[in-house]
Design a protein around this ligand. Structure first.
Ligand SMILES: C[S@@+](CC[C@H](N)C(=O)[O-])C[C@H]1O[C@@H](n2cnc3c(N)ncnc32)[C@H](O)[C@@H]1O
Length: 378
């Protein structure tokens, strides 16, 4: 059993990064993607699902939409959920978890919606075979997502399993690491052309240079051995497994040997060691060194990208003055500079140039990716 090419998919991404995800999906050969709030809608089958899970650097989850129905009360929810062919994906040996969201709807208690959906699924299982799945909220075989929006329910299966920002290489990090998916989106939005050298002078655990270097060489975002949600479902038979394996192999084969120089530096020697260890685990050739921001020298044509320390968890008071001076110095020498800044950051950089500003969220924090001197390809 498998998914046909017309299956509706909702691929989630951090708010503000949807356009970057859309562009990435186009590069991955998925056409017709439409941006929505918090993600992108596209149609695709097993190969497309595998490709996005394995190779997208920006996608957070891949949801397969299996039903959509009017849902003004719990009886409509029971009926709509109970009518779905759960035995296709779930035997009583498979574990289950349900997450719910609700917006502008009568069913507005998400805990209740999740519980009721889970009950309707296990009741349907009992009717068919007399047994039911148990719940595993941490690592379920089947993750079900119910979204209720203006009294309409959409039921989806989480094909990715654990969030795709987990690449398996960032085992250690600093006090305010960027999610890998957000770093990848920021790199794309910055306009970096994947050819110029890339420098992060406030690199922390190294997320930006590592993601950049792997992206430039076309290395898949996930490890070859990672199993995604859909690979644990009852319908993932031998034929589906072989097709998914072929799709992965073709993705891995596209990676290039050589790429641009991507490097990071940080004033904290301990975090630099962490970044180097992360790069090694990731199979990235990004390099790292200890340096204060004030002393960073750039190579010809380098694009600078960084997320400075800010927010509640970091004392950022002494970074703005040197950063302001550095941005102006680099920009005046022709280097594009992109910074992920919170909305209450002080004004930085040259007075004469209005930077490009792209709004996005770093977790719950509203930020802008601010770029001075947007690079143009020669
Ligand atoms: C928000 S963290 C960067 C996180 C990083 N993007 C990651 O994903 O792990 C900011 C970093 O700036 C570094 N930093 C602060 N002031 C600095 C300075 N004057 N020169 C160099 N590094 C500095 C801190 O040590 C910290 O690791």
């Amino acid at each position: 059993m498998s998914w046909d090419r017309d299956t509706p998919l909702f691929i989630t991404a951090a708010a503000g990064t949807e356009v970057a995800l859309k562009a990435e999906l186009r590069d991955l050969g998925l056409s017709g993607a439409k941006g929505a709030r918090g993600g992108v809608r596209v149609r695709g089958g097993l190969e497309a699902i595998t490709r996005v899970c394995y190779r997208s650097r920006i996608a957070v989850r891949v949801l397969i939409e299996i039903a959509d129905f009017p849902c003004g009360d719990e009886r409509a929810l029971d009926k709509g959920v109970g009518a779905l062919p759960w035995d296709r994906w779930l035997t009583p040996e498979h574990t289950l978890a349900v997450r719910a969201t609700s917006r502008a709807s009568r069913l507005d208690h998400t805990g209740f919606v999740a519980q009721r959906t889970k009950d309707a699924i296990v009741d349907a299982q009992r009717r068919v075979c007399g047994f039911r799945s148990s719940v595993d909220k941490k690592d379920p075989d089947l993750g079900v997502v119910v979204r209720i929006d203006r009294d309409r329910a959409t039921v989806s299966l989480d094909a990715s399993g654990a969030s795709l920002h987990r690449r398996g290489w960032r085992l250690e990090d600093g006090p305010a690491p960027l999610k890998e998916t957000l770093a990848a989106a920021a790199l794309r939005i910055s306009g970096w052309d994947r050819e110029r050298p890339l420098v992060d002078p406030l690199c922390g655990a190294g997320t930006l240079p590592i993601e950049a270097e792997l992206w430039a060489r076309g290395v898949p975002a996930q490890r070859a051995e990672r199993r995604f949600g859909f690979e644990r479902w009852a319908d993932h038979d031998e034929d589906a497994a072989a097709r998914a394996a072929r799709e992965r192999a073709s993705g891995a084969a596209r990676a290039k040997e050589d790429g641009p120089s991507c490097r990071g530096s940080d004033a904290d020697p301990q975090i630099v060691e962490v970044a180097a260890a992360n790069a090694e685990r990731a199979g990235s050739r990004a390099t790292f060194s200890v340096a204060d921001l004030r002393d960073v020298e750039l190579e010809e044509g380098a694009h600078v990208i960084a997320n400075p320390p800010y927010g509640e968890r970091l004392d950022a008071t002494d970074v703005w003055a040197p950063l302001d001076a550095a941005v102006t110095r680099w920009w005046s020498r022709g280097h594009p500079v992109s910074l992920l800044l919170p909305d209450d950051a002080p004004r930085l950089g040259p007075d004469s140039e209005a930077p490009l500003r792209h709004a996005l969220f770093n977790g719950a924090l509203r930020c802008h990716l601010v770029t001075w001197g947007k690079p143009t390809k020669d």
